[in-house]
Structure formats: C-alpha cells, structure tokens
Design a protein around this ligand. Sequence first.
Ligand code: PRT
Ligand code: ZN
Length: 285
Amino acid sequence: MSKLKIAIQKSGRLSEKSLELLKECGIKFPDFKSKLKNSATNFPLEILFLRDDDIPKYVEQGIVDIGIIGENEVLEQDKNVIVVRKLGFANCRLSLAIPKETDYSNLSFFKGKKIATSYPTIVRNYFENKNIFAEIVEISGSVEIAPSIGLADTIADLVSSGSTLLHNGLKEVEEILRSEAVLISNENLPAESEIILESFLFRIQAVVNSRENKYILLNAPNESLDQIINILPGMKSPTVLPLAESGWSSVHSVVRENEFWRIIDELKKCGAEGILVIPIEKMVL
Ligand code: PRT
Ligand code: ZN
C-alpha cells in the first residue's frame, strides 16, 4: 500500500508543534527522535525530518508529497507548491525595525537605507511595490545585531514576542506580513496520495478546529436568554436546559478562542453567572 510522505522540520521552532499535531491526529510513530525517516504504525504516512529551508524544494520536486513550514519561507522561496491550509501555530510577523533612539514618521524613512534581512525576496518586493529604493543586505542569521555592528542601518526580521528587538536596542516600525505554520503540498500528487491526504486533512481539521474553539457553560436568568443566545451562536445553536432553580437556565455552546474575552464580557453584562470554559478534545463539523 502506498504512503503519503510528509517533511517536517528536524529541530527548531516548528518541530515540536508539528509532531504534536500528528500525535493529536492519532498518528503513531515508533522511536521518533533517532531517525531522519520514520513510518507511522497506524496510518499510511512516512515522515522525513529536514531543515525547514529545504522543505519547499523537496515538496516541489515530489521527493515528499507534503510538508509543514512557515508561510514566510513559502513566500520567500516562491516554489511551485500548494498551500493547503494554515495550521494555527508558529505565529509571527516579518517586520521592519530601526534603532530605538531614531525618529520615525513613515516608510519613506527607508529611502536609500541599508536593510539587513534573511528574507531578501519578500523585502525587495515590498519596497518595489511601494516605489521606495532601499539596499538589501542578505544575512542568514543574527539579523538583529546588524545595525549595532555597522552592517546595515535597519533590519527586517521575524518577530513574535518582540523581546529580541528590545534586547538589541531596536524598535518595530512596520509590519510587512504575518505568518504561521502551513501545510504545503506538491502540485501533482498521485491519486493514491491525494486520497490519503484527504483523510489526513479531515483529522487536521478536527484538531485545529478544537484548538481554535472552547466549550462554554453558564447559568442565565430566563429573561436574558434571548440576548445570551444571540451572543453565543454555537455550532448550530446553543443548548438550553432548565436549572432546578426556577427562572434560570443552563446554556452550553462553543465559542472561538480569539473572540472569547469579548464574549465573556458581553455575557456578564446580560447577567450570566457561573461561566465555565472547557477545552475541546476534537471537533468534527
Ligand atoms: O535549522 P533550520 O533551518 O531548520 O531552522 P531555522 O533556524 O531556519 O528556523 P527556526 O526554527 O528558527 O524557525 C522556523 C520557523 O518558525 C520560521 O520560519 C517562522 O515561520 C517560525 N517562527 C515563529 C519564528 C519565530 N516565530 C521567531 N520568533 N522564526 C524565528 N523567530 C526568531 C526571529 O528570527 C528572531 O531572531 O526569533 C527571534 C524573535 O523572537 P521574539 O520572540 O524575541 O520576538
Ligand atoms: Zn532554516
């Protein structure tokens, strides 16, 4: 029986979360760490551990069928691959940063400036689109120290918490793009691999949905039920059950993680009490 081949980063920021995703999809591998190649015991999947920079090329060439990689790398390399879906982890942004004591008003600041980056293609395209000429200095790592050693005036680098910029005396002034881990695929998958990919994607969907949503239970005074139901759309609509105490109901629903705090505030204003929020293990729509 044929197997779907997936490339994931050998070691780095994407590795652990990529393996966790496979695990949550119920896919088991024997003795993960020691080998560069491994086969799942309960799903037709073969996994190759590679440097992240090599993954788009291997997918384009069909050496592997699919891969997990940062969107930033897909855009920078511009290989012929399909971005199948976003995976919701390794979120970051590619930003322009300048020495923190320097005044900044707008993008024309960068006219004629030297910008150190590991993403020359993205940064060049960005400035070309804005009709600004800036000199790109390509370096492969430790980009943040470039201004302090006189290699460049400014930088364009990935930022997540922002603490690396802070420690290096830099401030973020513009965001070029946002990125997260994505699943990419070869453009011409063999029919058999396509079928396996469908079933793999079905599992990923259930895992990613469950991470992005929370199950919520609360007690609501009956007179506010209509309002509360409006705030909580749920998968179809919320479940409403009467409480033993008359005049009150228990409401169960699903809310999106990123809307969560706004929804809680609104629910409290409508008189909701005893709000419980529970993680969802898997979610099949
Ligand atoms: O060895 P290999 O080539 O496989 O790995 P790598 O060193 O090229 O990549 P790695 O593991 O550092 O990053 C892999 C992917 O993780 C990137 O391509 C991004 O898609 C994603 N990612 C998410 C990040 C970050 N967040 C991130 N913060 N990649 C790098 N950083 C670096 C950034 O370059 C900067 O030096 O972290 C520093 C900033 O972090 P904060 O939290 O201080 O802002
Ligand atoms: Zn890399």
